[in-house]
Design a protein around this ligand. Structure first.
Ligand code: HH2
Length: 293
């Protein structure tokens, strides 16, 4: 068998986050909690910490193994939020969830200062859609011993969908993530703390998104766990005849299953129950094991 035909190396089966190791033999669902006024599908709903907690509890009851708290919308065209505003949105919610819930918390931020504050309040992962774009972010992650998600994006949320062009999207996304991994390593972030994410919808057109999911195995072959974020995204609306975000849960679940078959292990979703059911069935068919009651 030539090297080109060799099966992809299995991605790591666990993820070392701050103070814990998360098993990844089974799909890990990362429930989304956007404490923003303007996120594309759930903006404005969970800004009040008590409502955020109630929703977080629901996500956990539905099967979320961790929660991702975000205070800045990164939807296409979104403008930057001032740092003080992002801190004011995120910090009280992380503090409350850390005190009340037993699941690992991740903070979805591009800012080192927000990451530092969230880690101090009990977050254990930094989910960075700019893959260490803030020059201080890698040091913050390394010093805290936090887990980190390195996501691929072309440009910024304001500009990323203007005219994304790739010759081979999968190869280019992989190569750009390799650069982010080198940065992380150089800053002293341990390899077992790193997760890669192709950044579905971040500077990608429909064919790019489909190719990235279809060929996700090429990313997983690097040996780092892979996170897939397809939840309710615009490409699903396009495929589903213009369905609005709240009608994209089944499409999201289908994308999760395809990602799982290609080696993705962590799924960032709004609709946890639907994704969990689809992945449970897919996994049982794949392994022949009986689904857990
Ligand atoms: N997608 C969004 C935000 N953060 N993080 C990772 N790692 N991967 C993703 O695909 C990803 C992400 C965008 O979705 P959402 O949070 O629902 O919307 P908004 O950015 O409008 O808050």
């Amino acid at each position: 068998m030539s090297p080109a035909e060799a099966p992809p190396a299995p991605a790591a089966a666990q993820w070392a986050v701050r103070g814990a190791t998360l098993p990844l033999r089974r799909p890990l669902l990362m429930g989304i909690l956007n404490v923003t006024p303007d996120s594309f599908s759930d903006g404005g709903r969970y800004r009040d910490p008590a409502r955020a907690l109630a929703h977080a509890e629901r996500l956990v009851a539905e099967g979320a193994g961790m929660l991702d708290v975000g205070g800045e919308s990164t939807r296409p065209g979104a403008a930057e939020v001032p740092e003080a505003e992002e801190l004011a949105r995120v910090v009280p919610v992380i503090r409350l969830l850390a005190a009340r819930l037993g699941v690992p918390l991740s903070v979805d931020t591009r800012r080192a200062a927000v990451a530092r504050a969230a880690l101090a309040e009990g977050a254990v992962v930094v989910n960075d859609v700019s893959a260490l774009g803030d020059p201080e972010m890698s040091a913050v992650v390394a010093e805290a011993g936090a887990g980190v998600v390195l996501m691929h994006m072309r440009g910024t949320p304001r500009t990323m969908q203007l005219d994304p062009v790739y010759r081979d999207v999968v190869a280019e996304v992989g190569a750009e993530l390799d650069v982010a991994v080198s940065l992380a390593r150089a800053a002293g972030i341990a390899e077992e703390r790193i997760v890669l994410d192709p950044g579905i919808g971040f500077g990608k057109r429909l064919p790019h998104n489909l190719a990235l999911i279809r060929r996700l195995g090429e990313l997983a072959a690097r040996g780092f766990p892979v996170l897939l974020g397809t939840s309710r995204k615009a490409f699903l609306g396009t495929l589903l005849g213009g369905a609005p975000p709240e009608q994209r849960a089944v499409g999201t679940a289908a994308a999760c299953v395809m990602g799982w078959l290609q080696g993705a292990r962590i799924f960032r979703v709004h609709d946890v129950r639907e994704a969990r059911e689809a992945l449970t069935v897919a996994e049982a068919i794949q392994t022949g094991a009986e689904a857990e009651a």
